[in-house]
Design a protein around this ligand. Structure first.
Ligand code: GLN
Length: 292
């Protein structure tokens, strides 16, 4: 049998579906787009195009990885976030759509200061997607990204270079649960962002296979309540939030109470608030250091 675009799409879709993969059609099309080097829309105009041996072999090897539940973003080596393309690999969390909302809220907070030189700190930066998206939209600003994985920082740096913001970024390797670097503690930031690990250890085995078997556990899990990294952040925040500054972090949908009490232990006079994501779940924890 000759494998045409049409045949391979319909066969692979059924195959992935049978294996319990969600959204199989989109994944198949994106893999085929990669193998054939043509856009998804052209798959439809080249419906009867046969695949040669080489293409078929490459497609099968990618499909096999997807069947084994490897996230599509790792197979392709990239993911779109806030309308920008980001390199990703297994050292970094795959950027999520909810996190784009964090960027949106942060930009909204800064909308009056768009042309000013804002100092941003992004904790647990991973691929650098939050910081780089912010800097792309705040042309005078500069930012520091922290992560404890050397391999993650290498990805973030590549992304910063690809988006031409490397001159406005500094990347620091540090474990937020240990000592915070003096060069951070001696500065004040106008905006501090974080998508720290926030899932409780006991929930690890309930996560989707894609997440559990492939994504870095250290980017997702943080102690028995999922709050260890947050506690370390709150401990240090008072030293580094500039007057009028905002902290915005992503959190689990049931964490607002525990985070509020942890935050108020460290910063008794501070104003905290919670924002929901587009699906209506409490998702973002905010601390504003507004002058009284
Ligand atoms: N900041 C990155 C993201 O939002 C990585 C977050 C993490 O590793 N916990 O995707």
């Amino acid at each position: 049998m000759k494998w045409t675009v049409q045949k391979i799409i319909s066969w692979s879709q059924d195959y992935l579906q049978g294996k319990g993969v969600e959204n199989p059609r989109l994944d198949v099309e994106l893999l085929l787009e990669e193998v054939l080097g043509i856009s998804r829309i052209r798959l439809y105009t080249e419906w009867d195009r046969p695949l040669d041996e080489e293409e078929l072999k490459k497609f099968k090897s990618l499909l096999k990885r997807r069947v084994q539940r490897e996230p599509l973003a790792y197979i392709l080596g990239r993911r779109e976030f806030y309308s920008l393309g980001f390199k990703v690999n297994s050292a970094v969390l795959v950027p999520r759509p909810e996190t784009e909302e964090l960027v949106e809220f942060a930009l909204d907070f800064l909308k009056e200061k768009k042309e000013e030189k804002i100092k941003i700190l992004d904790l647990c930066t991973g691929s650098g997607c939050i910081l780089i998206s912010l800097l792309k939209n705040l042309p005078q600003s500069e930012g520091v990204g922290i992560d404890f994985l050397t391999e993650a920082l290498a990805v973030a740096q590549e992304n910063a270079a690809a988006h031409q913001v490397q001159d406005r970024t500094t990347w620091i390797e540090a474990d937020l649960l240990q000592d915070w670097p003096a060069e951070i503690l001696s500065q004040k930031f106008d905006l501090i962002t974080a998508n720290p690990p926030y899932i409780p250890e006991s929930e690890w085995t309930q996560l989707q296979e894609e997440v559990q078997f492939f994504e870095p556990k250290s980017a997702l899990i943080s102690g028995p309540h999922g709050t260890d990294v947050y506690a370390a952040i709150f401990e240090n925040l008072k030293n580094i939030l500039a007057s009028g500054a905002l902290f915005i972090g992503e959190m689990g949908e049931e964490q607002s109470k525990i985070l509020s009490s942890l935050a108020h232990e460290q910063l008794p006079d501070i104003k905290t608030s919670v924002l929901k994501d587009l699906s209506g779940k409490e998702r973002f924890f905010l601390i504003s250091n507004s002058p009284r």
